[in-house]
Write a protein that binds this ligand. Structure first.
Ligand code: ZN
Length: 242
């Protein structure tokens, strides 16, 4: 089975389209939340994800887009963008966002999906080996997939030690006996200094996970952010992948 894993699209339709083209044909597309927020095309992004049959989990921005209280914890730019997002989505989309599960184990697979972390799915940032180790007891499958930090990396457990391994494009890791927490990076707002969209492909037959980057039309998304009247910082950061 070949599975594409995408996360943190953040209403960036140009980025999502570039990733979907690059992925080609797969058996499943899993998303790790934050489909909306920050970016200019929330409705179109959710429509597209539903059209390709992606299954996934709820992030803090999905929670807020669905009407949840996560918005109260957003920074000023995120807050303004979310207020705007709420005016741009129809009721079925609002219900879709609010109804996304916090955690998901796709049937018959070895993976637990969560946006932030398995123990605190909406909000915890898994950005240190300590945080990752503390989460090992919070999922039962061998592997866990998370987003939220917008930085592609893997936490691997070996003989009781937890290590963080940052990944480059084309990095690959074998699915073996070590428990792993894997982050595909962000499609719509990368924050690791590389502005290209990041995603991950899992091949369960080969037992391999491979990270990929793909260019998208950053200027077009920036222009759409400006045209929507969203905070300019949300446009600027895309160019730098920050
Ligand atoms: Zn996010």
């Amino acid at each position: 089975m070949r599975i594409a894993v995408i996360s943190d699209i953040h209403s960036n339709l140009n980025a999502l389209e570039a990733v979907l083209s690059a992925i080609g044909s797969v058996d499943a597309i899993w998303h790790l939340g934050d489909t909306v927020g920050y970016g200019p095309e929330p409705q179109a992004v959710v429509d597209r994800l539903r059209a390709v049959g992606a299954t996934g989990v709820r992030g803090n921005h999905d929670d807020a887009g669905g009407g949840g209280r996560s918005i109260e914890f957003f920074n000023p730019d995120g807050y303004r963008a979310m207020e705007w997002t709420r005016t741009q989505i129809d009721e079925p989309t609002r219900l879709y966002l609010a109804g996304l599960p916090e955690r998901l184990v796709p049937e018959g697979t070895a993976f637990t999906l969560a946006h932030g972390s398995p123990r605190d799915p909406i909000w915890e940032y898994l950005d240190s080996p300590e945080a990752a180790r503390a989460n090992l007891a919070a999922f039962e499958t061998p592997y866990c997939l998370v987003g939220h930090t917008h930085v592609p990396l893997v936490f691997r457990e070996s003989r009781g030690l937890m290590r963080a391994v940052f990944v480059d494009p084309r990095s690959r890791i074998a699915l073996g006996e070590e428990r792993l927490i894997l982050n595909p990076g962000s499609v719509g707002q990368p924050r690791d200094g590389d502005p290209r969209s990041s995603y991950m492909l899992i091949d369960t037959d080969a037992g391999l996970v491979v990270w990929h980057r793909v260019k998208y039309d950053v200027e077009a998304t920036q222009a759409a952010i400006v045209a929507a009247g969203l905070p300019l910082g949300l446009a600027r950061r895309l160019r730098f992948g920050r």
